[in-house]
Design a protein around this ligand. Sequence first.
Ligand SMILES: [Fe+2]
Length: 219
Amino acid sequence: MISAAVAAIAVVLVAIQSSSGEATAGSATADTAGAPHNGGHSLGGAAGPAGSSGKTEAGPQIVTDVDRTFLVKVRQAGLWEIPAGRLAQTHAQSEAVKRAGLHLIDGHSKLDQLVREDAKILGVEIPNEATPEQQGFVKQMENARGAEFDRLFANLLRASHGKIFATIGEVRAATQNDLIRRHARQANQTVLDHLEVLEDTGLVDQATFEEVEAAVKPK
Ligand SMILES: [Fe+2]
């Protein structure tokens, strides 16, 4: 009886040792596997040589005037595109325009939250009003209905998105700020989605494409 009990305890002890050993080995493997994986990404590479001081992405990184202007433009885009998207739900005739409006509301609601967070982190002052020109666009749309609204919406917004799309590329290419890089990535995806849903309306005029072409043409 006694020897059987001792044997049972011995089995339990072996089981405990074995499971704790496995757990340790498992976590060590995960760590080892994680390190080179992270190192392959640009953030890991940047954190390495920076050492103790440059670890966080929002630390003492430079924020240029171009970076600041970019955040201001993202903020202002939301300040007129969200109202425009809402107007589409009540003033539009085309279902494709209403759908594009929903994309504007959704995309800029998310982007606006991000821009407010990033501006705060980077100490960039952002406005609470769209530009006078953007406010004028909203007024024009407020006064239009049906087919007239649809054309205005598709063309005003397609022109604006075409111009900002080029700006985002320039910012993303030139910035040295990690947070601005991440922001440009998000903005790029949002603007691309908006370009596509606006083009899907089939209402963008040739003149609008020509206007954008003239605006983004390399000088
Ligand atoms: Fe947009």
